[in-house]
Design a protein around this ligand. Structure first.
Ligand SMILES: Nc1ncnc2c1ncn2[C@@H]1O[C@H](COP(=O)(O)OP(=O)(O)OP(=O)(O)O)[C@@H](O)[C@H]1O
Ligand SMILES: [Mg+2]
Length: 248
């Protein structure tokens, strides 16, 4: 299996959790069984974004402490057949160590086609834990210098941790804003600066934000999410174009 994927970024708020949910829904739509693991310990949010906040009794730390079985810490999405969530510990002091988290993922991963891990921003201990079991990584950045610098830092750290297959997701791309800011001549310049091969560009789209905040990704996953359908295909090695029409 080469399908344990950590979603990371240097700067906060680039869209990691959004990418985790939307990519997972897209994979499920393409017939895959997916486990999402929230590894943003103390700041978890995927349970809200999936609208199953009220159902979570046990989290990843309960599973490893023996407060519940591994299966009892895995919750099925209400709206997506084949989409499951393991929540992050609610309190930051219950952060798992990289070795314990790796054992946890090793125990559950064979029940799924893909395991998608949401990481906290930055390259601190929470990120190191999130990346520990990963076969590959998605580095999420916005097309602005502070975010791109963060992407380089994360990518370099992933390399030192042995996660050498990183791909760049440029999220919240807005052509007008990009041109007005004028930091980069074109998208190639962003990719060069990020020093990471591009796998997806997701446009800025208020519909994405609204659907996420409403926990409705499983219900309302229409044309606004086509970038995630393509990301899902490309991750599976299906060569679909990036679809840059209107972006440059
Ligand atoms: N493509 C997009 N278009 C519009 N809004 C977006 C897009 N992607 C994410 N957002 C919005 O940006 C905000 C931050 O997204 P999100 O919470 O996924 O980021 P994050 O990287 O997980 O943040 P953190 O570092 O705090 O965990 C949210 O309000 C989300 O709805
Ligand atoms: Mg997040």
């Amino acid at each position: 299996m080469n399908n344990v994927i950590v979603v990371a970024s240097g700067k906060g708020g680039t869209g990691k959790s959004t990418v985790c949910i939307c990519l997972s829904v897209a994979l499920v739509k393409q017939g895959k069984k997916v486990l999402l693991i929230d590894c943003d310990c103390g700041m978890r949010g995927l349970d809200i974004m999936l609208d199953i906040e009220q159902e979570i009794l046990f989290d990843a730390s309960d599973a490893v402490c023996g407060n519940c079985s591994f299966g009892e810490a895995v919750y099925k999405s209400k709206h997506n057949e084949n989409l499951y969530l393991m929540a992050a510990p609610f309190d930051a002091e219950n952060e798992l160590s990289p070795s314990v988290f790796t054992q946890l993922v090793d125990t559950v991963k064979d029940n799924f086609d893909y395991v998608i891990i949401d990481s906290p921003a930055g390259i601190g201990s929470g990120f190191v834990t999130a990346a520990a079991p990963a076969d590959r990584a998605l580095v999420v950045a916005n097309a602005e210098p502070t975010s791109v610098r963060g992407a380089v830092k994360v990518r370099n750290k992933l390399d030192t941790l042995g996660v050498t297959q990183s791909r760049l997701v440029i999220n919240r791309f807005d052509k007008k804003l990009f041109k007005k800011l004028g930091f980069y001549t074109d998208l190639d310049a962003v990719i060069d600066a990020a020093q990471t091969q591009l796998i997806a560009i997701v446009p800025f789209d208020l519909n994405i934000s609204v659907v996420m905040q409403r926990g409705a990704a499983g219900i309302d996953f229409g044309k606004h999410f086509s970038a995630f359908d393509r990301l899902s295909s490309r991750l599976q090695g299906i060569l679909v174009p990036l679809e840059l029409k209107g972006m440059i």
